[in-house]
Design a protein. Sequence first.
Length: 267
Amino acid sequence: MARAPRLAAGRARALGLPTRGTTNPNRLRRVDRWLAHTCRELLAGSADPLVVDLGYGSSPVTTVELANRLRPLNPALRVLGLELDAERVAAGEAAADPPRLEFRRGGFELAGRRPLLLRAFNVLRQYTEEQAAEAWATMLGRLAPGGVLVEGTCDEIGRRCSWVALDAGGPRTFTLSCLPGDLEGPGDLAERLPKALIHRNVPGERVHALLAELDACWATAAPFAPFGPRARWVEAVSLLAARWPVLDDRRRWRLGEVTVPWESVRP
């Protein structure tokens, strides 16, 4: 039975359970690219934008990459990496560049900070659906006004990803992102659905219907295969957009993405 979230011992009173800690360079490049596009105005328009990377793992590399990718949007941008494990925090401090890039001990309570943007990737898979929903509520309650939480999951090298974007009102969008050449079909992305959806990939659930429809569109787009997996993906998403409320455009599809409203996949 999964344990409930708890307050870890120590001065930080950090809320949550340690993750496995696995990470790799560029593992989160797909979500970072999406954040730089989607949150551009949010971050660029702030006088003091704070971004928190929750649960960065045994290496701080993906937090450092996040800072490098978002800082061009606003020179005042600060990034804070949070981890429960003291050894991981120590590893992060070796890469710190205060106040632009810092590392602290913390969990879902965000170490008392109120970020404008919070990235929480691969941190909720060990929880139950109910616990993950509680974690969402806890994190949303600690965002700055107008803040955004992006929570999701990816494989070890970042070729298969999905995430949910949330604000104070709850979930807003759901995104699938992949390297099309790494797929036999879009249904392969089911194994990387976020905790809120991964157990819902069964007949009768909206996310199952989305993946089934995208698989069908992928099959229909087979004549585009000679032009490469990317061209086939773009055609498949174009076909999907005729039947589902796809929010993005061909520029994003060419990156291996597709985003739909949360209501389209809500359990």
